[in-house]
Design a protein around this ligand. Structure first.
Ligand code: SF4
Length: 287
């Protein structure tokens, strides 16, 4: 397929194109910046907190038989202390995005709830795993670490020949059965046990990058929704890799002009930062 542009692509960009090609045009071709919104700022903060958590948390004093509530308390303290640091650093940079002091406080309190719930789940699952494994085995410690610690955090995947790159939040080793890619989401999910289409497209694009870079098919992509504490899995197949290849070809076939990126109007237009341009500006043939 003929390449008509050299736009730098990413999993977020491909998901954006899928959501609305016109939005992709404004964001990645015209490079118009979106206004920082409280939810975007919070997303960045939470990603940083979770990235650093696994560097700071120490499992040495956690033994089998320990009450999981004590472990939860320990995790919670680490998460909240990291949150305080990140909130002061990143939050200060974007202070203006909050409409009032009470909105800022309510976002901070809600973020604490997300992280507290994350700490509960993590502590409970760690202690369950400890009970399940044979503590006399020489592999006990190694298996616990493999279960708990990510294989990679915030890993950059870059594919020069496609001019495409993205950061994976976390990968986990699946005990000799390959790897899983994990993507954290702080946004709302419309239904339980459901992956919105844009999230899925983004996840498949991470799997595409992984597959092309390492020649390995990730076993699955999992989305962790911090609001509900729910993890939703999607098993990756060759078909998904092919789908992303076709998406890239479609985007690459477009000339970088407005006419080639049609609008996809949905109720989300009400929250779109490009709405003002979008409903004023007309492609040439409509003029
Ligand atoms: S306002 Fe709607 S149609 Fe226009 S760019 Fe945004 S999402 Fe797309």
């Amino acid at each position: 397929m003929e390449k008509n542009n050299h736009i730098r692509l990413s999993p977020t960009g491909i998901a954006c194109y899928f959501g609305c090609p016109r939005k992709f045009f404004y964001k990645f071709i015209r490079k118009i910046e979106e206004k920082p919104r409280p939810s975007m700022v919070r997303g960045r903060i939470v990603h940083r907190v979770l990235e650093h958590f696994f560097t700071f948390v120490d499992l040495t004093d956690i033994e089998e038989g320990k009450n999981w509530q004590e472990v939860w308390e320990k995790f919670r303290k680490v998460l909240f202390s990291l949150l305080e640091t990140e909130w002061n650093q990143i939050g200060k940079l974007y202070e203006d995005c909050f409409s009032s002091e009470s909105q800022k406080t309510s976002f901070l309190n809600e973020t604490k709830e997300f992280l507290n719930f994350y700490a509960i789940k993590l502590a409970f699952s760690l202690m369950s795993k400890m009970r399940e494994l044979d503590k006399n085995s020489q592999w006990f410690e190694e298996e616990i670490k493999r279960f708990f610690y990510p294989k990679n955090m915030e890993m950059k995947l870059e594919l020069e020949e496609e001019d495409m790159a993205g950061f994976v939040d976390k990968t986990m080793s699946l005990f000799g059965k390959g790897i899983a890619i994990v993507d954290y989401k702080t946004s709302k999910c419309p239904f339980p046990h459901f992956i919105p289409e844009e999230h899925l497209k983004q996840g498949k694009a991470y799997a595409f990058l992984w597959n092309k870079l390492f020649g390995e098919m990730p076993k699955h992509i999992s989305f962790y929704y911090l609001r509900t504490g729910e993890s939703v899995f999607y098993p990756i197949s060759e078909r998904d890799i092919e789908e992303i290849k076709n998406d890239i070809d479609t985007i690459r076939s477009k000339k970088p002009v407005l006419d080639e990126f049609p609008k996809k109007e949905t109720r989300l237009c009400d929250y779109c930062d490009f709405r003002e341009f979008c409903f004023k500006e007309k492609p040439k043939e409509e003029n």
